[in-house]
Design a protein around this ligand. Structure first.
Ligand code: ZN
Length: 369
């Protein structure tokens, strides 16, 4: 009965919000109600919210539900009454009104009654008062055919539970938003952790049975949060790459570029091995007699990255880039390769990085003698 009276209230609220929305079918189940209606496009979250609010206000108004057998001819004169298109009704027909006695309607059929209250032809059993619906939650709104949409709604304790759950998830999303924003600002929250938390909250949101408009609002918040993490990550990577280039320039400034030399350094660029490459390229033009190898550690993936560049002059002395990285792989594990002049490697032994740097220096210097 909650779902049946709720269906009438929903039908009324939909016309209020959408103007034209003709009923195309409905199903009243013990645990939910389903309502199909004509509409050209999907309802916006605001429209769904407004529809839900109108029904909630009808519930709070604690209207009496009136039913009365009425001659069909007289009943049909009631302006604005919601009848199902193409359906044939018995005579007399049972008029069901939420909030205003049927006699008032038939006594003044051109009055505003059916605009202000839910009035339908219905032979079914109903609640005595609208407050007995308790609550309503429109959990889905979707297309089922061209021009036909379907709303699934909960009433009674199920609706109260849905609203309680929505409140809990809203709190979770709000807390996450604060945590991610402050974590991005002071750099205390790794981007990967932030993304993982957002995805997890998004998953529990998707699996929740709550009002669609509340779900949609939270999804928007999560999407913009996800975007702010991506933006911050990108900005951070750009900054690290710039710092790596600056560091490379600094090293080059301290070199006697006429002499052959070896540079082996760690750069704080995380998993951005492209930044290592950019830093390395500085040597190609500005220190053409220097063999350079740069390392970085990526705590997220638990990997050490290594890139190197060897000028031809040093290759002929026996320092080959592809062999040089092999000395690194012996320490860091993993794999790598390349040509005699450029090579790269990556390995899992992050805590062996100092040893890998030392091994690479020793090997290269021994070739330079
Ligand atoms: Zn009915």
């Amino acid at each position: 009965m909650k779902n049946h009276t709720g269906t009438h209230a929903l039908n009324f609220a939909l016309r209020r919000v959408l103007g034209e929305a003709d009923q195309r079918g409905s199903l009243v189940a013990p645990d939910r109600l389903r309502f199909d209606f004509t509409a050209k496009k999907a309802m916006t979250p605001d429209e769904i919210n407004e529809t839900e609010k109108i029904v909630q206000r009808m519930i709070e108004a604690n209207y009496q539900v009136y039913a009365r057998e009425t001659p069909l001819g007289l009943a049909k004169e009631i302006q604005g009454l919601r009848a199902v298109f193409d359906e044939t009704y018995p005579d007399p027909v049972r008029v069901l009104s939420i909030g205003e006695p049927v006699e008032t309607l038939t006594g003044d059929p051109t009055g505003p009654w059916a605009v202000q209250y839910s009035v339908e032809f219905c032979g079914g059993t109903h609640l005595h008062r609208s407050s007995h619906i308790m609550s309503i939650a429109l959990v889905t709104e979707e297309a089922i055919a061209k021009g036909i949409r379907r709303i699934v709604a909960l009433t009674g304790p199920e609706a109260l539970k849905a609203h309680r759950n929505a409140g809990l998830i809203e709190k979770e999303v709000g807390d996450l938003e604060l945590k991610v924003k402050s974590g991005l600002e002071d750099g205390s929250l790794p981007f990967k952790t932030a993304t993982k938390m957002i995805v997890e909250t998004g998953d529990s949101l998707s699996n929740s049975l709550i009002s669609q408009w509340r779900k949609e609002t939270m999804r928007r918040t999560l999407n913009s949060l996800k975007k702010s993490v991506i933006d911050a990550d990108r900005a951070h990577k750009t900054k690290l790459a710039q710092q790596a280039v600056e560091r490379a320039k600094e090293i080059i400034a301290g070199l006697d570029t006429q002499k052959e030399s070896v540079v082996v350094e760690e750069m704080a660029v995380g998993g951005n091995s492209k930044a290592l490459d950019t830093a390395l390229k500085q040597f190609k033009g500005q220190a053409p007699n220097t063999a350079a190898m740069f390392f970085s550690r990526d705590e997220d993936s638990g990997k050490v990255f290594c890139l190197c560049l060897v000028p031809k002059g040093l290759v002929s002395k026996g320092l080959q880039a592809d062999q040089w990285v092999q000395t690194v792989i012996e320490v860091t594990g993993g794999k790598g390769g390349g040509t005699t002049t450029t090579a790269q490697a990556s390995g899992p032994n992050v805590d062996q990085l100092p040893q890998a740097l030392a091994a690479a220096r020793t090997y290269a210097n021994s070739k330079l003698q």
